[in-house]
Design a protein around this ligand. Structure first.
Ligand SMILES: [Zn+2]
Length: 478
């Protein structure tokens, strides 16, 4: 019901835009008819010179036609912005139209946006929930094969979500009124006069009944250890400039398309522009040791130190044409295409370190590796998503005198994410940082909810409906 109500204004906007486009089309057709009549008359001219002038004129649009086209484009752009709850952006777009104030189509549209904007309410940022995934399983028969004896298959069953499960969750959450927001919609970084940074709560304005959520995806490197488990192999940029996956099916055939979170969610948002707030996308947590996004961008593939892992050695053997600069350039192209769509990036530490157990020295070395190997590809970030769901020094009370906290802040991190399955565990706002717990929507969590052993997903979806029938029972964590 809630969704239907909020869709009504969008439908009215779409309908009025359609009528307007139809009117413009009639005007354009009528003027073309007028021109072609004139051309026929001119072709009787024996010199032909005037005729060719007229032909040239026929191809060139009149200023009125150009203006009508521009207006239709702007109305369409504004409707898309408004669908994503960005009414100020929609109004600003329309105000770029020359003489908009005396155009009743435009002023009428602006008034309708203002009216809807007046009905929005602030969603409490303390109540924003944060869900996360790992890379999705495309082929469960490969991922879970021999799960009774194969430890890696057991890991796949516990930590991974299948494409089928992801698609059901995305649809169910949308139907429940969930709207994807950016983690940066929750909090704003303020530079103080003395150079220090303080964090202030952000404002999220949504229609009544809608609920904001943040989404992240961890370890989007397509690690060597994923090979053969029915998971995509990399992200590439397609001919339209959009990020899509490469995936080898069971017969070894290379397919290109939506086989993981990024392109699947992009596709869903394209079909449901009201699923996202101001064009937000998810946040990708990256390590660096196997490269990023399916590219072998780490310098170790080139320097090949003595302790190089066996899987890296094998990969280099299988890929004699490896060129570090090319891998990095290709990965950057993908990262740029993702950023253009609203995707954001976070550190997951270069070496997937347990932040609480690692020594300060190791953390410093690791930080430099992330800066050298990952940051040049994805850019600066103020978000760190801790590996293993660990946390820094305990429950969201980071002391600036703690050397690890100081190191994290010196690297520019102001948003810290741990893992907590409790649906009511919201973000903690401090003067100099925000800590946001995340909820794992993985095989373990979905399975435990589906058999009634856990009850911490029902605010998002029905685990019983979502659970992939091809997933074997998930053993409790040991
Ligand atoms: Zn991880």
């Amino acid at each position: 019901m809630k969704r239907k109500n909020t869709n009504v204004p969008v439908k009215i906007l779409v309908a009025s835009a359609t009528i307007l486009i139809a009117v413009i089309l009639i005007i354009v057709l009528a003027s073309n008819h007028f021109l072609s009549n004139k051309t026929t008359a001119a072709s009787a001219n024996p010199t032909g010179t005037e005729g060719s002038d007229k032909n040239a004129k026929e191809k060139k649009k009149s200023p009125e036609e150009e203006k009508a086209e521009k207006k239709a484009e702007l109305l369409q752009k504004a409707d898309l912005l408004a669908a994503g709850y960005d009414y100020d952006g929609a109004i600003a777009a329309l105000q770029t139209f020359d003489g908009y104030a005396s155009d009743t189509d435009i002023t009428g549209k602006i008034a309708s946006y203002e009216q809807i904007k007046g009905t929005l309410v602030a969603f409490p940022v303390e109540k924003v929930t944060h869900i996360f995934y790992h890379s999705l399983i495309v082929d469960p028969s490969k991922a879970f094969a021999n799960h009774e004896t194969n430890k890696a298959a057991q890991g796949m069953n516990q930590w991974m979500t299948t494409v089928e499960e992801f698609n059901k969750i995305t649809q169910d959450m949308y139907d429940e009124g969930y709207v994807l927001v950016s983690i940066h919609d929750l909090v704003k970084e303020q530079k103080n006069a003395d150079g220090s940074v303080s964090m202030e709560k952000g404002t999220i304005m949504l229609p009544p009944g809608k609920k904001a959520f943040v989404l992240s995806q961890d370890d989007l490197s397509y690690y060597h250890s994923y090979t053969g488990y029915g998971i995509a192999s990399k992200l590439i940029v397609d001919e339209n400039g959009k990020p899509v996956n490469e995936y080898y099916d069971a017969s070894g055939k290379l397919l290109t398309g939506a086989y993981d979170v990024v392109p699947l969610l992009d596709k869903f948002i394209e079909e449901h522009p009201d699923a996202t707030y101001h064009g937000a996308r998810g946040i990708i947590a990256l390590t660096g040791y196997n490269g990023v996004l399916g590219y072998r961008t780490d310098e170790s593939y080139k320097t090949q130190p003595a302790d190089l892992n066996a899987d890296k050695k094998q990969w280099l053997k299988d890929n004699p044409d490896f060129d570090l600069d090319k891998e990095r350039a290709d990965a950057k192209k993908v990262a740029d295409a993702m950023k253009a769509e609203g995707w954001e990036f976070a550190s997951h530490t270069w070496g997937h370190l347990h932040i609480d157990k690692v020594s300060l020295e190791s953390l410093k070395t690791d930080s430099n590796k992330w800066k050298d190997n990952v940051q040049p590809i994805v850019g600066n970030t103020d978000v760190i998503i801790f590996a293993f769901g660990a946390d820094l020094g305990g429950a969201g009370n980071y002391n600036e005198s703690d050397a690890k906290v100081a190191l994290m802040e010196s690297m520019g991190f102001r948003i810290f994410c741990n893992v907590d399955g409790n649906p009511t565990a919201g973000p903690h706002f401090a003067s100099h940082y925000m800590r946001m717990p995340r909820r794992n929507l993985d095989g373990y969590r979905i399975y435990m909810n589906s058999i009634g052993q856990e009850h911490n997903l029902s605010d998002l979806f029905d685990a019983n409906q979502v659970l992939d029938k091809k997933r074997p029972p998930v053993k409790p964590l040991t």
